[in-house]
Ligand binder design. Structure first.
Ligand code: TXA
Ligand code: MG
Length: 354
């Protein structure tokens, strides 16, 4: 059996800004701000994933952003700002519940959908009457946003449909330097999956995308549970079925079945890359003759926050292992696993695509 060497040097940072984190130099921030002002694109770390930033008031910059991502123009982007005091520049109305959530979770991995202010570009909103806003807490994102002063439109810094980046190197691998001239480097995200998106434009706060903040955390602040998205909810294309997908076919398999599945595939001459959190890797080659063993694996403790933080990086490693299949051990059903389950489900290959 040969095992995959998983890069596991993420600092065990939980809960945000601790001392000693890597920050950008003044010169790096100046170059990034100059690039934004010139209408260019800047990659930067946030506590969720890396963002690809553009000046949210510059239509040329926004068009460049959509072109770089290969993203359809009617998909709205999130406006990032340094501080909640900038919110009235983007939202014409801020419901009390939105303020409560912002107060509790900003800066942090929460995006609020609010009625948009009149000047906000259709390129930002996807032509909708709402705007997504977020105040990230990653120290380098904060440095950039403070120095720039305005709103930065930033989708995840991957091409449309690809796995979201959690390292500066992922961003550089995704875009050439002519397209994205500046990529700020910083400590890896401590959340690792995209922000929770809550739509505040309807009668009840509605969860559009699970993420770093759990529904229970939101409900505790609101004093009421969130609504599930309905037909009238705004479109959140990050919620498309086949998002965040690796190129290798990916199956989610219950813990009790994954060893048998892996063994069967190897006996058929196929190679397997497995993402595990309770099953022992050795079980996946049990009884398979040495010469037929084709297993790479990446393990994780069964801890939702740890798992989420490293999910995209591990999927990338397994995707690059040139295996025939990625098998993911199904994760638990609890609320704290919701965002991970959601991303895995979207990364999974539909049965008719296998
Ligand atoms: O954690 C994050 O949110 C990361 C980092 C970079 O901040 N950004 C991110 O952006 O995930 P993106 O573009 O990959 O996903 C943004 C999601 C999309 O699903 C988009 O449709 C939704 O936010 N969204 C943005 N504005 C919206 C609006 N006005 N109404 C409904 N959905 C909106
Ligand atoms: Mg994205």
């Amino acid at each position: 059996m040969y095992t995959v060497a998983v890069v596991d040097n993420f600092p065990p940072v939980v809960g945000g800004n601790k001392g000693g984190q890597r920050v950008a130099t003044d010169a790096e921030i100046e170059a990034a701000v100059a690039m934004l002002r010139a209408g260019g694109l800047v990659g930067f770390p946030t506590e969720t994933v890396y963002g690809l930033g553009a000046d949210a008031t510059n239509p040329d910059a926004l068009r460049r952003l959509f072109a770089a991502k290969g993203r359809p123009a009617d998909h709205p982007v999130i406006v990032h700002m340094a501080d909640i005091v900038q919110l009235p520049e983007w939202a014409r109305e801020i419901p009390r519940a939105a303020l409560q959530l912002a107060d509790a979770f900003w800066p942090g991995p929460l995006t609020l959908i609010l009625p948009r202010a009149a000047h906000v570009s259709d390129l930002v909103t996807g032509g909708q009457d709402s705007v997504g806003v977020r105040v990230p807490r990653h120290p380098v994102a904060q440095q950039l946003l403070r120095a720039f002063g305005g709103g930065v439109a930033a989708p995840s810094a991957n091409r449309f449909g690809h796995i979201s980046p959690t390292r500066a190197a992922h961003v550089r691998a995704e875009f050439d330097t002519a397209t994205v001239p500046v990529v700020l480097d910083g400590d890896p995200p401590d959340i690792g999956v995209e922000s929770t998106i809550v739509d505040m434009t309807g009668d009840r706060p509605t969860l559009l995308r699970p993420g770093g903040i759990t529904p229970a955390q939101l409900a505790a602040i609101l004093g009421a549970s969130l609504a599930a998205p309905g037909a009238a909810s705004p479109r959140a294309p990050g919620t498309l079925r086949s998002h965040y997908a690796p190129a290798t076919p990916l199956e989610i398999v219950p813990s009790g079945e994954i060893a048998a599945r892996a063994i069967r595939l190897q006996r058929q001459g196929l190679s397997v890359a497995a993402l595990l959190h309770t099953v022992e890797p050795s079980a996946l080659t049990d009884g398979v003759p040495q010469a037929q063993q084709r297993l790479r694996w990446s393990g994780s403790p069964p801890d939702a926050a740890y798992y989420a933080r490293r999910l995209y990086e591990r999927l990338r490693v397994l995707d690059r292992s040139q295996s025939s299949r990625i098998l993911v051990e199904a994760v638990p059903t609890g609320d704290e696993w919701l965002a991970v389950r959601d991303r895995l489900r979207r990364a999974a290959t539909k049965p008719n695509e296998r």
